[in-house]
Every structure is written in C-alpha cells, then in structure tokens.
Ligand binder design. Structure first.
Ligand code: FAD
Length: 452
C-alpha cells in the first residue's frame, strides 16, 4: 500500500490488487459483531521518520499515541518486556545464574579460540548464550513456538529475527572490558523497552483504511477480493497480470490487466506458482519447499472493564504465547464496560487451534482463568482470526530454495517482490512500508533516467 501511495503521489496510474475483502494484510482490522479485532495487536513504530510523518499526515486525528508497556511472565513473576538484566537476576535461582554466567563466559572464549559457523538454531543460540542459558531460557519457548526442534531451525533465524536478550548485552559489555569481544552480526539488537507506539480507536483498522482512502483520493484503483492468479511474460518483462474473484476461487473468470511495472507483496512462493510454466521446474520445486507458519488469533469480548495491566503479556508455558488488551492502548470497545482480549497462537492448518475447536477454546479459557485474567463465564464472544502466512519459516536448508526463487524474480526486469511475504523476511510495518517506498522510488528513478 505504501508503494502504491508513493507512486500515486508521483502521478502514476496504480492498480492495487488485494485478495481479501479489506486491505491491510496482516495489519488489517477484523470487524466482528460491534468490535474490531487485530490479528495480533498491531501498533506502528515511529523509527522511519519519513514513513511516520506520512502516516501521521494521512491519519490526522485518528492516530493515537500509546506508551509501550509490555510484560513477560517468567519464572512465576511479571517483568518488563524485553527482559531487563536486573529482572533476570531477580527471577533466576542464584545457582542457575552462576551456571548461566559461567556457561556464557565459556562459550565466548570457545568461539574466540575456535570460531565455527553454527549449523542450526540450537548451535547458534548456544554460541551466543552458552548451553545453560539456552536450556533454561530459549529451548522450550522456541520449540513450542515453532512446533519443531531448534536443531531443525536455521541459524539464519537467530541472526536476522530473534531480538537479543538485553541481559546478555550487559554481561557481554562487562566481558568486553576484559577483552572478550563478540563476533559481528551475532543477533538482532535487543528491542527498545521505552517507546511511543501509534494506533487508532479502531485498532489496526484505522491506518489501513486511511492508506487505502488516500491512494483512491489520488485517482488510483484499489480492487479487493482480487486474487492474483497468473502473470504474462514477454522476454524478461511481465506484460500483464491476471486476477480472479477470491470468493469464487479456482475456475472463476479471470481478468487481465496490462502493466509496465509490478510490485508484488504476495508470498514469493505464490508469485512463482502464479507464474506457472513461465518458471523453470527447479524454481517451482524450490518454491514448494518454502513454508510459512500459520497463526490463529482468538479475539475475545470479555464482560469486564479491564483484564491486564499492560498492552500485552508474553507467556512461556501456556497454550497461547501472547495476550493483548488493546483497550489499554485506546481501542473503543462496545459495550464500554467490556474489554477485548487478543490471544495469539501459532498453529498448523487443520489443527484444533486453526479450526477453533471447542476443546481449544476451553484450554484458552482455563489458561486465562489460571492467570487470573478472566473467567470462562466472563467471555461473551469468541472469534477466530487466522492466516496461513503468519511467519516465514527459516527451517534448516531453506536458504538455497529462497535464493532460487529470488533469482527467478530478479530475472524479471520489471518485477520487485517486497514486504514480509514478498521478501520472505520479518519486517515490522514501518520496515515493510520502507521496502515498498524503496521499490517505488527505484521505478521512478529508472523512469527519470530513461526520459533524461
Ligand atoms: C501477530 C503479529 C503481530 C504483529 N504486530 C506488529 C506490530 O505491533 N507492529 C508492527 O510494526 N508490525 C507488526 N507485525 C508485522 C506486520 O504484520 C508486518 O510488518 C506487515 O503486515 C507486513 O506487511 P506486508 O504488506 O509486507 O505483508 P502482509 O501484511 O502479509 O500483506 C500481504 C498482502 O498480500 C495479499 N495477498 C496475498 N496473496 C495474494 C494474491 N494472490 N493476490 C492478491 N493479494 C494477495 C494479502 O491478502 C495481504 O493483504 C506483526 C505481525 C504479526 C504476525
């Protein structure tokens, strides 16, 4: 959408094709009954100044500011998220703290005298944090989240996605004073613990709606329920894109739109599929190997004024991994003396979480009651929101498959595949919008170069 906006502002004729009934992708609002539910609370970070200023201008009074206030339940108590060093020390049994510190120190020295490329996520985590801390903190959580062992997850995931535990940064700084330096690119910097986020009274719905409205105001078309199902190629250029009514599915009448340039934010492996015979067999086989982890998010309307004391809480040993209460960020809830809870889980298509089976709803209710968040009787509505494309899976050996698929897309002169699904990566909204803006700018520069 941000790519479309950038091009529309430059006076280009843009057609935006969206498979769903409303725009916004993962970051759209879902109206159920009288309320809006996010697919996992979606709040905008202001890290990209230009993107932020644009969104601020478009949203006007609809934008509300929210101080970050997230917690994690760990070792039986609540701590600020991301976990701080002092909190970790408080939460960890002393003997375990000593073992973890010694383990961290030992692996730092080991990596220094015998540096090795980690072969999987387990090895990468042990290299970064040492074996005791890996076993104590990371192993179970990572495996529950992904549904498979850390030995089957690529080391790339640790270096490009996983926020670094800030406590470890402190220990490493101390070690640094004694000449023990970490190798470059070890892990993503730890997330900020103090920040202002941006939201709307309708939750994520506000930003996506305002963006679509702005694109249309600039004279461009937004076509919803339009599933891209084919591309047409002449030499190394795409000359047209086909779409059909997503509600009717395969066999529905196809519409063809001719185009000069394509910016694709659909899953990169789906783009290959839409290319059909145009993609070589080995590229289609590589595309079949790329997976995304589905998510099922439970939106609950709860007959209670307020349920938790933060925007969201992370859990390590419940049937969900995060519970958000967007009312605490300013979401309007109807009736006003009720609240909305957003309960996040990772799943597989067709399992009890995905299907919204009563057995799983009962587990959620039991875990929420155990946590003192709400009782089963207080839950008055339950809505299941789901997507197949929650998280790109960086499983062992995914890199060459992704490379083959990306090389194919790069071989097409006028296609740019960007965003979370198009880039098979983990940007937040502002970074996904930056990817869109950069793709649009490239097109504009290329065109200016051709005409000068
Ligand atoms: C649980 C969760 C919570 C998050 N919370 C935050 C947060 O608080 N703050 C933040 O900044 N980021 C957050 N994110 C990240 C955020 O969702 C992404 O950065 C953002 O949605 C990426 O946008 P995108 O356009 O690249 O991809 P997507 O949002 O995935 O959009 C892709 C679009 O392509 C459409 N599409 C797919 N196939 C086709 C097809 N064949 N034809 C036509 N259209 C198609 C989809 O319907 C969708 O609209 C969160 C992500 C998750 C999973």
């Amino acid at each position: 959408m941000y790519a479309a906006l950038t091009l529309a502002k430059a006076g280009k004729k843009v057609i935006l094709l969206e498979k769903e009934e409303v725009t916004g992708g993962l970051a759209r609002g879902h109206k159920r009954g009288e309320n809006f539910y996010d697919l996992g609370c979606h709040m905008l970070h202001a890290f990209d100044k230009e993107v932020f200023e644009t969104i601020k201008g478009i949203m006007g009074d609809e934008r509300i500011e929210v101080p970050l206030n997230a917690t994690i339940k760990w070792a039986g108590a609540f701590y600020r998220y991301p976990l701080q060093f002092g909190d970790m020390v408080k939460g960890m049994p002393k003997i375990m703290l000593i073992r973890c510190s010694v383990g961290l120190l030992f692996y730092q020295f080991l990596n220094k005298i015998n540096p090795k490329e980690p072969q999987n996520a387990e090895e990468a985590l042990i290299q970064l944090y040492g074996k005791p801390l890996y076993r104590f903190f990371f192993k179970d959580f990572t495996e529950n989240y992904w549904g498979f062992p850390t030995t089957e997850l690529s080391a790339t995931f640790i270096t490009t996605k996983m926020p670094r535990l800030s406590a470890v940064d402190v220990i490493k700084k101390v070690l640094g004073k004694f000449g023990v330096k970490e190798k470059e690119g070890g892990a993503v910097e730890s997330a900020l613990s103090e920040e202002t986020l941006h939201y709307s009274r309708n939750g994520a719905e506000g930003m996506a709606r305002c963006l679509a409205g702005e694109i249309e105001k600039l004279g461009c078309r937004v076509i919803t329920n339009a599933e891209v199902c084919g591309i047409h190629r002449e030499g190394d250029r795409i000359t047209a894109v086909s779409y059909r009514d997503a509600r009717k599915g395969e066999g529905a009448e196809e519409h063809e739109i001719s185009c000069d340039e394509v910016i694709s934010t659909i899953p990169i492996h789906d783009f290959v599929k839409a290319s059909g015979e145009l993609a070589p067999d080995e590229v289609r086989e590589a595309a079949d190997q790329l997976r995304t982890k589905p998510i099922a998010v439970y939106g609950l309307l709860v007959n209670k004024e307020k349920a938790i004391n933060s925007l969201y809480i992370y859990y390590r040993s419940r049937c969900f991994h995060r519970v958000g209460e967007p009312k605490n960020a300013g979401l309007t809830v109807r009736p006003a003396d009720h609240t909305v809870l957003i309960v996040e889980t990772t799943c597989e298509v067709g399992d009890e979480k995905w299907n919204g089976d009563q057995s799983f709803i009962d587990k959620i209710a039991a875990d929420l009651a155990d946590e003192g968040i709400c009782t089963k009787e207080e839950i008055v509505e339950t809505h299941v929101l789901r997507t197949k494309h929650g998280y790109p899976v960086f499983d062992l050996g995914f890199e060459p498959h992704l490379q083959a698929v990306q090389d194919f897309v790069l071989s097409l002169e006028n296609v740019r595949s960007v965003g979370r699904q198009g880039g098979f990566c983990y940007p937040n909204m502002h970074s996904a919008m930056r990817m869109g803006a950069d793709a649009a700018d490239e097109i504009l520069k290329q065109e200016a170069g051709l005409s000068s």
